[in-house]
Design a binder for this molecule. Sequence first.
Ligand SMILES: *Cc1c(COP(=O)(O)O)cnc(C)c1O
Length: 462
Amino acid sequence: MVYRTIIEPFRIKSVEPLRFSTRSDRERALASAGWNLFGLQAEDVLIDLLTDSGTGAMSSEQWAAVMRGDESYAGSASFERFEATVRDLTGYAYVIPTHQGRAAERILFSETVRTGDVVPNNTHFDTTRANVEYQQAEARDLPCREAADLDSEAPFKGDLDVEALQRTLDEVGREHVPLVMVTITNNSGGGQPVSLANLRAVRAVCDEHEVPLFLDAARFAENAWFIVDREPGQHDRSPRAVAEELFRLADGCTLSLKKDGLGNIGGLLAMNDPDLAERCRNLLILTEGFPTYGGLAGRDLDALAQGLIEVTDPAYLRYRIRTAAYLAERAQEAGVPTVRPAGGHAVYLDAKRLLPHIPPHEYPAQALACELYLEGGVRGVEIGTLMFGRAGVDGHDSPAPHELVRLALPRRVYTQSHVDYVGEVIAGVRARADALRGYRIVEQPRWLRHFTARLEPLSATT
Ligand SMILES: *Cc1c(COP(=O)(O)O)cnc(C)c1O
């Protein structure tokens, strides 16, 4: 008998109570947060799907590892265990811990990228882009064609456009492309995976032009699972074996351990080039710390090493990836369109199609995100004109390409009944979709306005 129910592959040893609230409690909380979900107190949120970064639950073995942590300033045993684990997984000779992923990015790009350079990537994550641009260089996104079509069920919409990479290298010249990056999974592109075939093709182009290849590997384990599940000829392999191959196709990586490190904080930079490693370590000491801790406590290093071993467990990955697909199915059943196929770490609801009566400059995805909170205390994040739009000449914002609400799933935190509840909340909002109104911004900062802008519902003023 093969049972169809995919159960959570863990039982619960420590619980954290949720605080229930009424719709009027939530209306008050949201109003005082200026109708910006980033301004809420976390305890006013029932199911928090704002991000999957650093929000996961550690295992009992990780907590045991915390107690084993060695807090010696230099040469701690925790670092040795961390380094050995990362070397074993990635094959990279030099392992540099950092306090989170973006610190690894800053150090790597400071040492490799010069003014006027071009860094190709399938899609730069926002901190990656910012760190490339901070070096006065261009962060060039080269996603595959299928990535632009939200409805395409193509299995590897995270792939990098290899022909476009070839053209970039021919045009720009090897001397102005210090490295090529591939983000696995493609976070900004909906958490879509990159195929092994694509990464091999990228490697071949990099070899031809003698350019180093680095992975932005925050979700390497989720990407490996998609390869085992979807790529021809890979079904009999373990996610761990695939992950090992992915890392070995590149010359190094940056890695936010707040994602597939199953940690609440942490990152790393790793590579094979000894000279580059030496220069990166020198910079690390300046801002992050001594090379055997890099801004982390010994106990963090031990917990993260354990997380890197647990995260490729097939039972965990099956449950994880299925949870996102299951939530997407609940949304689609309720008549709420989503980006297809579901990503590894999140479900993206398409507000442009759900709320065609709200124009982009009235922030339809923000209207949907606010309503999910008011309806059931579910917090997601707007990825649309509030986040990406720019004020235009007529006073209206120029619209973002898509109006999405991302519901990101923290690792090992919520159970199936929590996800069922979120599905019901989505259906409840769907039933009243025609009555939803847009928002206007009453106050916004100059940069990254979505974090701190204050808004106002249009229904209250018209
Ligand atoms: C989160 C993330 C980063 C940055 O890592 P932090 O730990 O948040 O600094 C970089 N790249 C990708 C793909 C990410 O998801």
